[in-house]
Design a protein around this ligand. Structure first.
Ligand code: ZN
Length: 239
């Protein structure tokens, strides 16, 4: 499968703590995990022309992963339109962590996608609440992230078509951490962990979820949707 890993790629350039964890950018760590799973992976970042998401790149992308945080507003609306159109036409989209507030996720959800948060390096326990779902394949009943940023409910999203993970945090909050949606012919998965100052994307359980999510979000071979006024398939009898 052809996967494009998109990253804002700003914190890694300006924050020594982040650079120490992701010297080549977190997109490289995510891309390596997906390459290990046998996918054809390219990366794209905000500061490239057209944010690295030309029409050609998107046409050759089966699944796009999205990490953004500080520069959501710098993402051009024309590129958001282009990504949305590809999702509606069948491309999978995996939205990661602070990507909850990205233009593309808010566009596809239609809500504010806001939440409560706290950065205290606390423990997060992700419970698998849909054990038969392909994104949970190979996981135990739960897995943990030792140091995480907290995201808490209410998370202002539409009710997911399928909820795969629920997080508990040491400080008491809970959160819907793995949310599946269908939009048009495309599939969207939101996955919560991924704060830039912790080595989240080096965690084998997290990498397993990313690999599973890409497999789940792959385009299906169903028919292209047809819209608009149509002639009848058979003559319609008069009554
Ligand atoms: Zn964060």
């Amino acid at each position: 499968m052809r996967v494009t890993v998109w990253n804002e790629f700003r914190h890694e350039k300006t924050d020594d703590r982040v650079r120490a964890i992701y010297p080549d950018g977190m997109h490289q760590v995510i891309a390596d995990a997906l390459k290990q799973a046998g996918h054809q992976v390219r990366t794209a970042t905000l500061d490239e022309p057209e944010h690295g998401l030309t029409a050609e790149v998107l046409a050759q992308t089966d699944v796009l992963t999205w990490w953004g945080h500080a520069a959501h507003r710098e993402v051009s609306d024309a590129i958001v339109d282009r990504v949305q159109a590809r999702v509606l036409d069948g491309m999978g989209l995996i939205v990661l962590h602070s990507g909850h507030a990205s233009k593309i996720f808010r566009r596809l959800m239609g809500t504010s996608c806001q939440l409560r948060w706290r950065e205290a390096g606390e423990r997060e326990r992700l419970w698998v609440v849909e054990p038969g779902h392909p994104i949970a394949e190979g996981l135990g009943p739960y897995f943990e992230v030792e140091h995480a940023e907290m995201y808490g409910e209410r998370f202002d999203i539409p009710a997911p078509d399928m909820l795969v993970f629920v997080s508990w945090f040491e400080g008491g909050e809970v959160f819907r951490s793995g949310c599946c949606y269908h939009r048009g012919r495309g599939k969207v998965f939101y996955f919560r962990p991924g704060h830039e100052t912790y080595p989240i994307y080096h965690n084998p359980d997290i990498q397993r979820v990313l690999v599973n999510a890409v497999a789940w979000a792959r385009p299906s071979a169903g028919p292209a949707a047809e819209f608009g006024n149509r002639k009848p398939l058979e003559p319609i009898g008069t009554r």
